[in-house]
Design a protein around this ligand. Structure first.
Ligand code: ZN
Ligand code: ZN
Length: 255
C-alpha cells in the first residue's frame, strides 16, 4: 500500500512558504510515496519537483490548483497549466484533453473558492465532462471544519475519495493523506480511476486553529520567510529567503 498527499502548495503559490526541495524532504520524512504539487494557477513548482524527486525518494504528480469560474479544481497528471477563469466544465474538458484527471478540493463549504454541490452534481449529467472528474477531497486539512459535509455528500457521488493536507507550510505536508494499492504515481492514478483510494484524515491535534495558521503564514510570506533545505539529508530551515531568488522565482511564473 502507498501513501500520497495530493494537494500541496510550494512557494510558487503566493500564499505558501515552502521551497520545492523542502516539500520533497518533508514528504519523504513523513513516509509519503507520492506527492502532487498543486500551486494556485502555476505548474512551475510541480515540474521542478519532478526533476528533483529521485534525490528524495518520492514520486511527483505534476498538477495545479486551477481557479475556475465555479471554484478551485485540482488538476493532476498534466504537463501544462490549465488556463484560469474557465467554467468547471471547460476546465475539465481541457484537463481531459491534456491527459489529466481532476479532483474537487475542499468542496461544498460555501467558501468563495469552493465548488458547490449543484455544480459537481451537474458534471454527472454531462457525458462529455464526467469522465475527467475522478476524485473528491472528503478531508481537506486546511478547511477541516467543513469535512463532515464533504464526507456525507460524497457518498452520493461516483468519485474516488481522497484526504489531502492542502499544505501551505512544510509541517502540514502529509497531514491528511490518501492510501492506494501499489506505491507509484501510476498506481495512484489507477486507484483514482477505479475509485479505490482510502482517505486517511489526521486524527491528532493541529498546532493552531486554521485562521491563526493562515494569518501566520501570510505574514511569514509577506516578510519573506520561506522554509528551505539544501539536500535530502539536511534539515528544513525557516528563514528570510534571498529576496532576489524569490523575485526571480515569481518572475519565472509569468513567462
Ligand atoms: Zn483551494
Ligand atoms: Zn490549495
Amino acid at each position: 500500500m502507498g501513501f500520497a498527499d495530493l494537494h500541496i502548495h510550494s512557494m510558487y503559490s503566493p500564499d505558501a512558504t515552502t521551497t520545492v526541495r523542502a516539500v520533497l524532504k518533508q514528504a519523504a520524512d513523513v513516509g509519503l510515496d507520492v506527492v502532487a504539487i498543486t500551486d494556485h494557477d502555476a505548474i512551475t513548482g510541480a515540474l521542478e519537483a519532478r526533476e528533483l524527486a529521485s534525490q528524495y525518494n518520492v514520486e511527483v504528480v505534476t498538477g495545479a490548483e486551477v481557479t475556475t469560474s465555479d471554484g478551485h479544481l485540482v488538476a493532476l497528471y498534466v504537463e501544462k497549466l490549465p488556463p484560469a477563469g474557465m467554467s468547471l466544465d471547460e476546465t475539465l474538458i481541457w484537463i481531459g484533453h491534456h491527459g489529466g484527471i481532476a479532483i474537487a478540493p475542499h468542496p461544498f463549504n460555501n467558501l468563495p473558492n469552493s465548488l458547490d454541490l449543484h455544480v459537481v452534481m451537474g458534471v454527472f449529467n454531462r457525458p462529455r465532462v464526467k469522465g475527467f472528474l475522478k476524485g473528491i477531497e472528503v478531508y481537506n486539512m486546511a478547511t477541516r471544519a467543513f469535512n463532515d459535509t464533504a464526507e456525507k455528500l460524497s457518498v452520493y457521488l461516483p468519485l474516488a475519495k481522497t484526504a489531502a493536507s492542502d499544505a501551505h507550510v512544510y509541517w502540514a505536508i502529509g497531514v491528511g493523506r490518501t492510501q492506494f494499492h501499489g506505491s507509484s504515481a501510476d498506481d495512484l492514478r489507477d486507484a483514482l480511476e477505479k475509485a479505490s483510494t482510502i482517505p486517511i484524515p489526521f486524527e491528532g491535534k493541529m498546532p493552531a486553529p486554521p485562521l491563526l495558521s493562515w494569518i501566520r503564514r501570510i505574514f511569514m510570506r509577506r516578510l519573506g520567510y520561506i522554509s528551505d533545505t539544501v539536500s535530502a539529508s539536511s534539515p528544513i530551515n525557516t528563514q528570510r529567503f534571498d529576496r532576489d531568488a524569490l523575485l526571480k522565482a515569481m518572475k519565472k511564473l509569468k513567462k
